[in-house]
Design a protein around this ligand. Structure first.
Ligand code: NAD
Length: 332
């Protein structure tokens, strides 16, 4: 039914139910790397919760999944504090919602924005720290402020430079993923050995990186694509597009094919192309990311408690069409 038909009491009850359900799903997904429902089911319930909380703001509490970066910190690993938090990302599911995002940006910065448009790689976020050009620490996003120290495991990934040509201090972030071929091989082997198979390459990557024995990680053939330089302005960089070029110059692999778009038409073309190419790519993508290209404007826009205001993910529709039974009518 439409949200306007909900009484306060009804909304509170539905919100409570949705939160409990989402927390349970997230636990299976982030702690055990073994989701119990498809992402599209999770996303739909999450959206219901968001809409109800928007309509009844007094019911928003800090422990709601909409107010926290989803993730887990396993006690097996040393904890790492992210001085600059590793946030989640807002998402939209239609071109109309993408246009609304753009309108919000234009209104906030008082001018049209240029966007860096990138593939959304389906893996898990990692952070790498270099001192004097030497890789000293690698971590997972964890809950956004506290991550897991997986340095030894990340050292087994060939595309991560252990030593940069320049002796600089640096923190870079990006995606650790499992190539489709490695994923198929891994699941076939696990199936033969009677072990549970991974639901998707993202969970397989997360499970493989969070291993106590780095030899196991090494066998899993993980890979990386980087997209963020923390405090990029320190290195004379002024746009996200420049950051991607600089990352490449430093020897990192970066999300390929990114473009700078001046208008939404160019973004829509990029989305169409990405959907067409999706199956041919050696890694999974689950959408396209739009980032305000100018780093000063990014800073001006800032973050909410959970997501940067200057970027958004346009999520592709789920590959296998499934019907999601829902209580709430969505309007854009
Ligand atoms: P997200 O994965 O949708 O988006 C944020 C992440 O995108 C970043 O942390 C980063 O790792 C990644 N990313 C990939 N390419 C990028 C690029 N080019 N630039 C910047 N970032 C890029 O958000 P989230 O908060 O990590 O997780 C939510 C997702 O997890 C949803 O898709 C949800 O369906 C899924 N999930 C599923 C279940 C389940 O039970 N199936 C449970 C919890 C969460």
């Amino acid at each position: 039914k439409p949200i306007s038909d909900y009484s306060h009491e009804e909304a509170a009850a539905v919100i409570g139910g949705l939160r409990a359900q989402l927390i349970q799903y997230a636990q299976a997904y982030y702690t055990a790397d073994a989701p119990v429902v498809e992402d599209s089911v999770y996303d739909a319930q999450y959206r219901d919760l968001q809409l109800l909380e928007q309509a009844f703001p007094d019911l928003v509490t800090p422990d709601s999944p909409t107010q926290q970066v989803g993730g887990a910190v396993l006690s097996d690993f040393t904890k790492i504090i992210h001085e600059i938090p590793m946030l989640s990302m807002g998402d939209v599911f239609s071109e109309a919602e993408l246009a609304q995002f753009d309108q919000r940006i234009v209104a906030a910065i008082d001018q049209p924005s240029e966007y860096s448009v990138e593939l959304k790689i389906d893996g898990l976020a990692i952070s790498l720290r270099y001192e004097q050009g030497k890789l000293v620490e690698g971590s997972t996003r964890g809950n956004g402020t506290i991550g897991e120290d997986v340095t030894d495991n990340l050292r087994t990934i060939q595309t991560i430079p252990q030593q940069l040509a320049e002796p600089i201090d640096l923190e870079v972030r990006g995606e650790c993923y499992m190539p489709k071929v490695s994923f198929e091989k891994l699941n076939e082997a696990r199936d033969r050995e009677g072990l549970p198979v991974f639901a998707n390459p993202r969970n397989a990557a997360a499970g493989s990186l969070r291993q106590l024995d780095s030899k196991v990680t090494a066998q899993r053939q993980l890979d990386t694509l980087m997209y963020t330089i923390v405090n990029a302005q320190q290195y004379g960089i002024t746009t996200q597009a420049q950051a991607l070029t600089q990352l490449q110059d430093w020897g990192f692999h970066v999300t390929p094919g990114s473009i700078v778009a001046q208008d939404l038409e160019t973004v829509h073309d990029f989305i169409d192309q990405s959907v067409k190419q999706r199956d041919q790519l050696p890694y999974g993508i689950d959408g396209v990311v739009l980032k305000v290209n100018d780093l000063n404007l990014q800073q001006k826009l800032g973050n909410t408690v959970k997501v940067p205001r200057w970027e958004i993910a346009y999520k592709f529709p789920p590959e296998e069409a499934e019907t999601i039974v829902r209580d709430i009518e969505w309007t854009v």
